[in-house]
Design a protein around this ligand. Sequence first.
Ligand code: BGC
Length: 417
Amino acid sequence: MTKFRRLTAVAALLGSVCASNAYAEGTVEVLHWWTSGGEAKAVGELKSAFESQGGMWIDSPIAGGGGDAAMTALRARVVAGNPPTAVQLKGPGIQEWATEGALNDVQAVAAAENWDSVLPPVLAEIMKYDGNYVAAPVNIHRVDWIWASPVALEKAGISEMPTTWAEFNAAAEKLEAAGLVALAHGGQPWQDATVFEDVVLGVGGPDFYRKALVELDADALTSDTMVAAFDQLRILRGFVDDGFSGRDWNLATSMVIRGEAGFQIMGDWAKGEFLAAGLVPGKDFYCIPTPGDGFVMNSDSFTFFKVAGDENLKGQQVLASLIMSPGFQKTFNLAKGSIPARTDVPLDDFDDCAKRSHEDLLKATEAGALVPSMAHEMAIPRSVRGEILDVVTTFFNSDMSSKDATAALAAAIQRAM
Ligand code: BGC
């Protein structure tokens, strides 16, 4: 071989190596907070689906349930001029980032695949900015659930799941009398707020919830109904064990899984933990909505930040299309504990908790009883949510009276507005 031929052969070889390093279906760096057992399994489904289409996935998990730590990390990345390509983001947060001009839209994909025809209109609106899709939803989580251990309930002589707060309180007392933890809980602001909003819905009903936690109406915030909601939260605080402070939500779920605790009040991402531990719903664990009418909605979605480079742009388009594909929506949600965001995915292979969630979602939508989660960033700006979380957590960790809590809530919200 002449020297020239050898050089051409090397160049050809290098060319093919480089070509195989460029991913035909793009690259995504994905920032998310899915790090518990069930969550990791679910996001693993997205990663392998993306990779099997020939894309390169760079994983950027930020531990911390509820996403508060992830949102801080995101802000730092954007300020540094180095945003991730895809970010788990929700509700008004999507609009806030879009208003800052930080997001790319995926309208071409959404229009070609007609997302408008397969998403509930209320969810589609949240995903759009200026009429264009800037986010793709993966699921619908329900926040107002009670999870229970049949073993613990049996030990305490409880034969029925509670359907009113009075029944819940009575059952919790029996669990304590049997030497068990009545309510598994992790003392972190977002977990306190999760329980709080479920109680507000249960005590006040959907219209009251909307007035207080979505419209931030001063009369509702300082009403006797709000005082009654704090009273119930105070009772629930009494059912929590001493070690609750700072505990992660999935460790609280483990207490129910092991039968050490009777109940946990948490969204249906908790079901992902029971399933990942191999437990069967209706047999090894129970689910029932928290007392009262309505449905507290939380939906996870991915947004696409402004990044340069064809490979990254391609990655965003491919990921958006993949997220919305019916097959992915099914596999992902079977692992995550939620139900698909798309309305046309059959639920035959889903369990009874998921089927109940779907039925109640339809009923609540019809009855005007569907409310967005405040705790999970579906309802109000992050800054105002932060003020509410501060008051709720302070109440949970002190002997503040319910009346003082309502006054503090109204004052805090006024400051934030
Ligand atoms: C998210 C869920 C997540 C949970 C706990 C919620 O805000 O919507 O997807 O599993 O936080 O981390």
